[in-house]
Every structure is written in C-alpha cells, then in structure tokens.
Design a protein around this ligand. Structure first.
Ligand code: BG6
Length: 504
C-alpha cells in the first residue's frame, strides 16, 4: 500500500476502547485511514476499557465493528491482519493508579520501539464525568508534558453549561497547552461542511451578495428521523439545545456568518468564527418565548412501524421536560448581518433526516412579469445540503419552454455524486488525520465553546425553570410543533425542505 504521508510514529490511546463511539466511528475511521495509506509507517492503537480482553479478543471485537460500520464494507483479511497487529488492549479501571502505571509502561514500550519523535494521542471516548480524572491522571503520571508530541482529544459534550465548560477549560489548560487540546465537533469534519469554506472563499461570485443588502434570511435545519434510541439516559440531561444547537448548528451558522480569514491558519479561522458568536444578539429573558420554540415527540408511525413517544423511551422520565426539538431565531449584530434573521431548527423523530442550509435572497426590486407568468414565483435561494444529499443548489427563475412567457424556478446543481467518482471520507477520518498532523482548524477552541454556551444559556435557563405544559407537542414523523412553523411564518417565511430522492 502506498503511504500518503510521512507522519511521526503515533500511538493512539483510546479511553472507552470498548464503547459505542469507538466501535461505530473511531475503529472504522482508523482502519480506513490505514487502508488508504494515511496512517504513519509506525503506529499503535491501545484500546482501554474495563472488560478484561486479550489483544486477540479485542482485535476480533474491532473487526466486527469495522465489518458492520465501515463505509467500505467488510475488511479484507490480509489488510486487516496487518492492521490488527498494531492493535492492543490495556484493561483499565481509571480509579486505580495501577491503570496509569500499566498504560505508561505500554506507551514507553512503543516509544522505545518507534523512536523519540513518537507522538501520543489520548482520545477520551468516555462519558464526560471521566474527563477530569483521566486528564489529571495523565498529568500525574507524566504522560502529557511533551507539548509537541502529546495531544488530547475530547468528545462532546464539552461541559453541560457555561460554568462546567469554563471549569473543564480551566482544568485542561492547567495540564495541556491549547495546541495540545482537540475538542471535537464532528460536523466540522463532514465533507460538505468543509466545502462551505471553499465555496465562500475560493469564489468571487458570492462575496458581494453575502450580506444584508442581498440576503433576506438564512435557515439552518438539521432534522433527524431517529428517536433517542438507547441514549435516553444521556439525552434526558441534554436535550436538543445542548445536544445539537450549542455545537453543530452554531458552528454551521459561524461558517455562513464569518468574515473572510486572511489565511487558512487554524487560529485565524477560529478567530473569525468566535467573532460571529460574540456578535450574536443575546436574549433577554422576556425575549425568549417570542424567539424560540421547544418540542417533544409523542408516539407515532415511521415507515409503517409504530414508534414510542419520547417519555416512553428507555432511561427517560415519564414526565420529562426535556426538549427533543428546538427552533431559535437569532440575529448577528454587525455591519454584514444587521437585521437579517438566522432561523435554526433541529429535532428528533421528524419526517426526514436532512441537514440543509438555505440562504434566501431578497426579491427583485421591481416585478415586470404578469401575475400569470409569475405564478410560481420564487425568490433566489442557495441551498447547501450537507446530508443525506451532498449538494449545493442555486435556485433561479427561468422561462418554461413554450409559446408563452411563463416563469418557474429551476435549480443549478453541484452534486457530489455526479461530479466526483471518489468516495467521501467519514468525518472521523478527516478529524483523526488532522489530530495526527496537528491541524486544529476543524476543532473547537476553548473560547469558541464558551461563547456558544454563553449564547444558549438564557434559553436553557428559561426552559429548565419553566416546565412545558404542552409536552409532548409533536407526533413522530411530523415536522415538529406547529409553533415552529408560526415562529418563521410570523416573518412571512416557511421552513424549506429538499424532496428526498426516493420520495420524489
Ligand atoms: C450527535 C448527537 O452529536 O450528532 C446526536 O449527540 C445526533 O444526538 C448526531 O444524532 C447527529 O449526527 P449526524 O452526523 O448523524 O448528523
């Protein structure tokens, strides 16, 4: 296999090595990086967990996961065997000092074998309450002091509110330098999300229009068909605002709203994004009900199968006040965006799984076509579809063929599938490679995370302090509560969706 880079030897230590995230995302991503020649010539993966596994048993567990979850399907035997030789297991109980002594011995063994330039990446794929203990123990056992060659990757949720996020940032910054800390928001690794930077800043066409003079409003809609499944325990303390809005949706908003960076440096780009968050108009308590909507799903039918309501899901309080749907109308108070609403919505058990960003442009200043000709009139829209369809559509008016002047909207489409014949990497492949190369562009900086928490805290406080009497307020397979339609209809708009290919 041809090596595509010359990275330093790397040891991946995965805390939570037997957990769901590792099985579904990390192991398949590392294996795919390996098969495509992106892993360094020398590497080792040390999975840790409480279950007592031998290396061989652990390798089997990972093989099953790769076979089930890899975008490339089942692993090829020979390639897998070569990969698996680098996979090891260290049985751990993170409350026991012995754990870190054993781990240190394992790491040192590889460092000796691979040489002094070996980098060690600690991936915390565990519940957030273990983050502090693991970070402190890594420090205590002197596993983190090499600033250039040790990194820590922290999964979301990064904190449960502003205070806990600040506390975690403080703790981490006492142990690591910021350049060692990789806070994951997996949306930033998605191909289409990365393309937004290319689209905005590698084309001269859009920038002159990208402002309050030409844009009427922006919608960011991330809808999911699935319910909370077996994550009820986690979700009860999170809800849609913490789970999706504070991180993924606000990151998308930053990409739409940011100023042009002067170069592609991680800090330059992250500075531009923080500026957006800082310019966002904070809510006063009395403004929350007019600008936000919360929802919770009741039971219903999805593709011919009856599905339970949120309050009947495993691990969920039968009187739960947790929202499974959130819609918010934000404003960015700066010269570019003054007065332009950004509508965000996300929810579970909705009618479609679809993540789209819609930029609606202002109407033409003067209509010259007759009302008959312009019956299906539609303002110009740019629709960036992140998933499942990966496309960018510019919707414009055109004349329908025929003897009369009749207009209708048509799409100018850039579709990944029709344009490229290569497969798109999974977000985690991109992100893991970036951690190895030391590129923090697609990771959240401490101040970004705090700015995003600061913005959503007034909504969280209002929703937590006042139980929703209307819950549940939308059916599974619907588009969410009616009040979410009203939120945007009051301003004269409606939520946009893309027809799903198989439903067209
Ligand atoms: C995660 C949330 O961060 O993102 C989940 O915790 C959500 O609740 C998921 O389902 C959505 O990610 P994706 O990549 O499937 O859109």
């Amino acid at each position: 296999m041809k090596k595509k880079n010359n990275l330093h030897p790397t040891i991946f230590v995965i805390f939570g090595g037997t957990g769901d995230l590792n099985k579904r995302k990390l192991a398949p991503a590392l294996y795919n990086l390996f098969t495509e020649g992106y892993m360094p010539p020398n590497f080792a993966i040390i999975g840790t967990g409480r279950t007592p596994f031998t290396d061989a048993k652990y390798q089997d567990v990972l093989l099953e996961s790769v076979n089930e979850f890899s975008r490339n399907g089942k692993a090829k035997k020979e390639t897998w065997n070569t990969f698996a030789e680098q996979v090891h297991y260290c049985s751990t109980d993170i409350n026991e000092p012995k754990t870190f002594e054993n781990l240190k011995a394992d790491i040192e063994k590889y460092q000796k074998k691979f040489g002094p330039e070996t980098q060690v990446i600690y991936y915390l794929a565990v519940a957030p309450n273990f983050f502090p203990l693991i970070a402190e123990s890594l420090c205590k056992y002197k596993l983190t002091q090499d600033e250039d060659n040790s990194r820590i990757v922290i999964e979301k949720p990064f904190g449960n509110d502003l205070d806990s996020a600040k506390e975690l940032n403080l703790l981490l910054s006492g142990i690591f330098t910021e350049k060692q800390i990789y806070r994951i928001d997996h949306y930033l690794g998605k191909e289409t999300v990365q393309n937004m930077m290319a689209f905005r800043f590698a084309n001269s066409l859009f920038e002159p229009l990208w402002n309050r003079t030409y844009i009427e409003h922006v919608q960011i809609s991330v809808t999911e068909q699935l319910g909370v499944g077996d994550r009820g325990g986690y979700y009860e303390d999170a809800g849609a605002l913490r789970d999706m809005v504070q991180n993924h949706l606000l990151q998308l908003l930053c990409l739409v709203g940011m100023e042009a960076p002067i170069n592609f440096d991680a800090d330059e780009i992250r500075d531009r994004k923080v500026e957006v968050l800082k310019a966002m108009r904070p809510f006063r308590p009395e403004e929350i009900s007019a600008n936000t909507v919360r929802g919770q799903y009741s039971k219903g039918w999805v593709e011919g199968k009856e599905v339970p309501g949120y309050r009947s899901e495993k691990g969920v309080d039968p009187n739960s006040n947790t929202e499974t749907f959130a819609a918010v109308k934000f404003f960015i108070d700066n010269w570019r965006w003054q007065g332009i609403p950004f509508y965000l919505r996300t929810g579970k058990r909705l009618n479609q799984t679809s993540s789209i960003i819609t930029i609606q442009f202002k109407d033409v200043p003067h209509h010259i076509f007759s009302s008959g000709a312009a019956e299906s009139w539609q303002q110009n829209r740019l629709i960036i579809s992140i998933q499942p369809e990966m496309s960018i559509r510019l919707q414009v008016q055109a004349k329908r063929p025929g003897l009369k002047m009749v207009l209708n909207p048509v799409d100018m489409v850039f579709d990944y599938k029709g344009t490229y014949d290569t497969d798109t990497p999974e977000a985690y492949e991109t992100l893991l490679l970036d951690v190895m190369t030391g590129d923090q562009t697609l990771f959240m900086r401490g101040d970004q995370v705090e700015a995003a928490w600061e913005l959503v805290m007034p909504i969280i406080d209002a929703w937590e302090n006042k139980k929703s009497l209307g819950f549940p307020n939308y059916h599974a397979d619907s588009w969410g509560p009616e009040s979410a339609e009203a939120l945007i209809a009051r301003d004269g708009y409606h939520w946009f969706t893309l027809p799903l290919k198989d439903k067209e």
